[in-house]
Design a protein around this ligand. Sequence first.
Ligand code: SF4
Length: 279
Amino acid sequence: MKTIEPDVITKEVKRLAIEAATYLEKDVLDVLECAKNKECGLAKSILEQIIENDNLAASENVPMCQDTGITIVFVEIGNEVYIPGDIYDAINKGISLGYTEGYLRKSVVKSPLNRMNTKDNTPAIVHIKHVLGDTLKITVCPKGAGSENMSRVKMLVPADGIQGIKDFVLTTVKEAGGRPCPPLIVGVGIGGDLEKCALLAKESLLRPIDDESSDLDAKSLEKELFEEINKLNIGPMGLGGKTTALAVKVNLYPCHIASLPVAVNIQCHASRHKVVILW
Ligand code: SF4
């Protein structure tokens, strides 16, 4: 059994919260660069500014966007790991320290009705998965409201089929237009039930930007949706162009014979997440 102290978790979550807000992962920067080289005119110039902004944030150690998000934390805990304390508490202490000492904007309200700011960006939204092994994997993802607000869930029925799924995803992206700060990564969760498909869509955003689904049907749907979305001419920041999506990710899960739940989780170009594996 490996023991991981709550203080270690707090320290790492604090570091990840600050780093996620400041440094974009190289795979996202590479895809932005590639998109810039395919565009011309205004679309190219906007992508140049996005890349310059991301590089400046990293070199000046400041957030790449004013919306430093509500924080989603994915945890994979091995069955041979023992934590002598409350993991939720340890994570939230890390978020609090990261957002206060890192001078990140606090964007969380205590109640959706009274709208009072919690002043330290807690609580995080924590998803814990139990796995085999002796490691603890923590992924910290700040999620801005601009893109999250444009996300949708729909309970389709099997008769709607693949065409129904495509129509729903395309309509969601079309209606979002420039509001979620394109170019986007479009996460699609299909299957499970109402909440599972939303989680699948969010988890799909954590996949490397250039990977493809190992499921052949999902892979072909990813390719078709990517091509169709990029024909919409929404373009970088909604001002037209070939690059509306940088990637489309489709994650699947079994579902009821009479159901076809679909969720679309929209991610803006500030696709932020940082990971640590503790043991
Ligand atoms: S959608 Fe993304 S880039 Fe736009 S303001 Fe929100 S976090 Fe920032």
